[in-house]
Design a protein around this ligand. Structure first.
Ligand code: BDR
Ligand code: CA
Length: 315
């Protein structure tokens, strides 16, 4: 039996683990990546688009990439995470020039794609995978309040529900970077799977993975392996082990249906004020979210194998 094709829109802040997630997704035969939006997070949204188009070019692939929000809702972009992802978002690795981004901003491209896949005659609705701050999703909700009905499943890498945060004792980076947007999206009534730090810290790549990618010898995998080593350098300073969490790749593998999640269902709220800014907390009422708290032990193998076998340009 063949797996049905998933039309998928990716929203990202490319980013080392975003780059690994993209490479993984490009190898999944039943995922049809129909559009990509970028948002400021690890790096500004324009550079995130440059990184994304460069990576696509290194695989000889063409997907519309639309630049999204530069600033969070009601705030100003804080400058990213160069200590984690390097000054260019991809570990300081020089990537070849990408192609031009799409003309429509990310939120518009998302809404248009959602409408077209929800229209009569389409086989199935669009799924969405968000692996950066949720600004573009919140803007898309403003543009199209029926978005939760128009799309299939929204999978989000973000939050720390029953686990500690990574940018504060209680907050995870993607939610912290635009807590107001996260609050709107998490309470909007999407069919929503949240992949938080609770599970992403349990699945990791190590230096041997970086070495394997580099040994493949082509420009894409050499770049991914090099940035992975640098990403691990950062995680060694905080976790005291040379192994980096697969935040975004794990969310991608769950969205693609290749990794089985264990979930707990709960409504969620997001704290937007004070010391708890960006905390994702179980709520007494509201739309239920599937919070992923565990995943197949083989998740890292699934992701590694796809990145290793992806058809890339051997220039
Ligand atoms: C998330 O924040 C970003 O730094 C990563 O790309 C990931 O999406 C982890 O907290
Ligand atoms: Ca990310």
């Amino acid at each position: 039996m063949t797996t049905p094709t998933i039309p998928l829109f990716l929203d990202c802040d490319t980013g080392v683990d975003d780059a690994l997630a993209l490479a993984y997704l490009l190898d999944v035969p039943h995922v049809d990546l129909v559009g990509i939006g970028t948002v400021s997070g690890n790096i500004d949204s324009t550079t995130a688009a440059v990184n994304t188009t460069a990576l696509l070019g290194m695989c000889g692939r063409s997907v519309p990439v639309a630049v999204g929000a530069h600033d969070p809702l009601g705030g100003v972009y804080g400058g990213g995470a160069p200590h984690v992802h390097g000054v260019n978002g991809v570990g300081g690795v020089d990537l070849p020039a990408g192609v031009a981004a799409a003309e429509d901003p990310a939120a518009e491209l998302l809404v248009q794609s959602a409408r077209s896949y929800a229209a009569a005659g389409s086989d199935r609705k669009l799924d969405v995978l968000a692996i950066g701050p949720l600004t573009n999703l919140a803007v898309a909700l403003e543009l199209e309040p029926r978005l939760p009905e128009l799309i299939g499943t929204l999978t989000i890498m973000g939050g720390a529900v029953w686990a500690p945060g990574n940018v504060s004792p209680v907050a995870e980076a993607n939610v912290h970077n635009d807590a107001e947007a996260a609050r709107r999206v998490l309470t909007a009534g999407f069919d929503l799977v949240l992949v938080p730090l609770d599970v992403t810290r349990q699945h990791r790549f190590d230096d041997a993975d970086g070495d394997r990618f580099i040994a493949a010898g082509d420009p894409l995998r050499v770049a991914l392996g090099t940035m992975l080593h640098r990403y691990i350098d950062f995680y060694e300073t905080v976790d005291h082990v040379r192994r980096a969490p697969l935040h975004d790749p794990l969310a991608a593998a769950i969205a693609a249906g290749e990794v089985e999640p264990t979930v707990r269902e709960t409504p969620l709220d997001v704290m937007v004020d004070g010391a708890e800014h960006g905390r994702t907390v179980p709520a007494a009422q509201g739309p239920v979210v599937q919070v992923v708290v565990g995943a197949d032990e083989a998740a890292a193998d699934v992701i590694r194998n796809r990145i290793l076998q992806l058809d890339a340009v051997h220039a």
